[in-house]
Design a protein around this ligand. Sequence first.
Ligand code: FAD
Length: 472
Amino acid sequence: MPLSDLRTAFAGRLLTEPADTAPFLTDWRRKWTGRALAVVQPDTAGDVAAVVRWCHAQRVAVVAQGGNTGLSGGATPDDSGRAVVLSTARLNRVRAIDPVGNTLTAEAGVTLQQVQDAAQEAGRLFPLSLAAQGTCTIGGNLATNAGGVQVLRYGNARALCLGLEVVTAGGEVWDGLRALRKDNTGYDLRDLYIGSEGSLGVITAAVLQLFPRPAAQLVAFVAVPSPAAALALLSLAQSQLGAALTAFELISDTCLALVERHVPAARRPLADASPWYVLIELSDARSEAEASAQLESLLEAALEAGHASDAALSASVAQFRSLWALREDISESQGAEGPAIKHDIALPIAQIPGFIESTDALISRYFPGLRLVVFGHLGDGNLHYNLSPPAGGMGRAAFAALEAPVNHLVHDAVHAHGGSISAEHGLGLLRRDESARYKSGVELQLMHAIKRALDPLNLMNPGKLLAPDSNP
Ligand code: FAD
């Protein structure tokens, strides 16, 4: 391959030394490692187009990569060594902010934290928020349609994007950077590229939607007797708080105990243990006093109705952060216990208590001793239904051998309850084949038809999201 041609085709960096390329060839969880002809870091959308045109001419695959924090193996090249990894690290400019139209235009490689900070400087809020925000990029967020902790109020990445600039698989720049809330002029190309995990083209910039900053943010940590009670409390909170309800998270006592064990600063906020808890965030209120009154009135009603047995309210920013930390530290605390089998699933919200009860029973029947570590964004119908080895321990190989049958059991149960086996993290390599098992023939045919139409040579992140050789 005449890499020297590629070197001269664009401005920006081209990395070929193993020491330079290594960080781009392994995923965040260190589950997948691939090889690549080179890693390129173009400076502009025009540069990205030049790289893609070179790859097109040479029949070389293009693997787009942002912050490389994806959890499904989507940004890692395969081991053929024939792909170019296209890192968006140097597409790092905020191009414009419009505080009247409430929009911000950012290049794909701007980190989520930088977008939030730029919005804040302009007196606005960009509400997408997740634990990897210091590293993940807005391009990656859109390519995976990321969720996070405020989806209940503001929606996921798709809902926060008005327009896109994309380099197509043929190496052309599509300028769809429209700052329009209404645009009914045919097929929605923006929505095709959002969530396509680099399999249709490379996102180079986006117009994002901003919001007014809330005057106050409060959080309550509430003990609830069961997931059914948590659901009843969610319904009450929606009625009483309306749009001020920003997050509603479910946490099992097993999760809280893990955080208590592994995070030295963590303190249980309530005197007595309860099988389940919810964390409720209220924002958007006009003042701190009003927010407090609203939350207190909700909790009184919940205690009276038997949906809750106890509650603690944040009375300062420090308390707000420490209550949220109990939720955010669960993944890391589970990791500190050793390997885990994880499921990022979505369910119709009303089905969640029934799903938990029946799936827990199946797990304890067929895989006795495995510990259930269940938490998630209850308000979005998104559960992290995870498992850890038995408390007494289990050999790594024996636990790893359980992963496929446990996945099968859990995902069959998700499907039976009308759910989805990937709520936030996409398919990548991790869930590609399992997803195909649960989609209808018609749905798969339509997806393959879109892929063939927009990427006829199958060069955009081949083998991710859709199996490469199936052609139904
Ligand atoms: P990458 O990992 O680089 O890429 C992800 C996929 O997008 C790949 O398929 C890649 O090819 C494609 N891609 C990247 N950039 C582009 C582009 N410019 N154009 C086209 N395709 C592109 N996710 C959630 O949804 N919610 C969470 O709460 C959440 N929490 C997390 C917490 C931690 C600690 C970690 C490590 C991850 C978490 N994630 C979460 C997953 C991850 O952060 C998101 O999927 C994020 O959106 C990925 O962004 P990235 O820039 O790192 O993308």
